[in-house]
Design a protein around this ligand. Sequence first.
Ligand SMILES: Nc1ncnc2c1ncn2[C@@H]1O[C@H](COP(=O)(O)OP(=O)(O)OP(=O)(O)O)[C@@H](O)[C@H]1O
Ligand SMILES: [Mg+2]
Length: 335
Amino acid sequence: MGREIAIDLGTANTLVYRQGEGIVFNEPTVIALNGSTGKVEFAGAEAWQMLGGPRGNRSVVRPLRHGVMTEFDMTQQMIAIVLRKIGVPKFPKPRVVVSVSSESSPVELRAVREAVRFAGGRNPVLVEEGLAAAIGAGLPIHEPVGNLIIDVGGGTTEMAVVSMGGVVSGRSVRTGGFDMDASIRDHFRTRYGVTIGERAAEELKVAIGAAFPTPDRMVAVVSGREIASGAPRKVRVTEDEIRLAMAEPVQAIVDAARQTLAEAPQELTHDVLETGMFLTGGGGLVRGMDLLLAQECEVPVHLTERPLETVVLGAGAMLDHLDEYRSSFQLVRRR
Ligand SMILES: Nc1ncnc2c1ncn2[C@@H]1O[C@H](COP(=O)(O)OP(=O)(O)OP(=O)(O)O)[C@@H](O)[C@H]1O
Ligand SMILES: [Mg+2]
């Protein structure tokens, strides 16, 4: 048994799984850069804490946008810091499985491989997030049946129909939980002339946001700043109002799920209609997301047990079978 590792480098959260141990790292995908050298000084929770507090001359950023590396150098340094934190040996170097968006371009895929090698990994194997999620959800992916998984992340939503060990069809849209936060912020600007922070918007979404009306009728009071005067201002909002404010990105996700179903091979659609779709990712935790998907797609929807961990658990499960399955687990679809 080796000490190979699996990485889910998400737009919102980075998770690392080590063979024989399970999840050994689970922190926000955030880095703090030194203002004069531009070097990454902190990554993960430490950098995240600086977002809201004193940070000296550092700038704090998210190095991924919509699931892909926008800042190659920074992402590379971030992976190196994460692997150092969990104590990856220089020799023998671990093998590394990395989950990637199915929308990644060849250039982006090469960048991920290079970043992992730079950080001290050997022979990086890339796996589509949809496939990793299906494995993590415990679906019978090797059987000749269709399994539909939908992973709503912070920056992307990946949908995949998996059968016979590979992704048969699917799509990915660059819409996720962060877009819901952005829509909520827009709503405060246009409706109240108030700006609220990214974190406030996310907290509000988690607290009272919903994709489908709930019987709870929650309300919240949010602190922001009046755009005209700069003065602090508190705004009271209702669940209904926030649900409508974030409806556009939510609907984009639902539409994509419907299209994925429509495009799935006929013989597999039948299975999906019967067993339903499996919902995962942090965005799957949005209240009523399962109900809305079930209503609009007319299939049963099951939320996985650990939505934020499903992808890395699936990529981690692959480590025990890397040689056996390597070819079928490689990124299968190319555009
Ligand atoms: N309880 C919750 N209710 C609503 N949204 C939540 C909840 N928990 C997490 N989220 C949202 O889930 C998103 C993060 O999910 P996840 O960690 O799966 O994304 P990621 O894998 O980092 O991103 P991606 O896969 O798009 O690259 C964030 O937008 C966050 O606000
Ligand atoms: Mg993800």
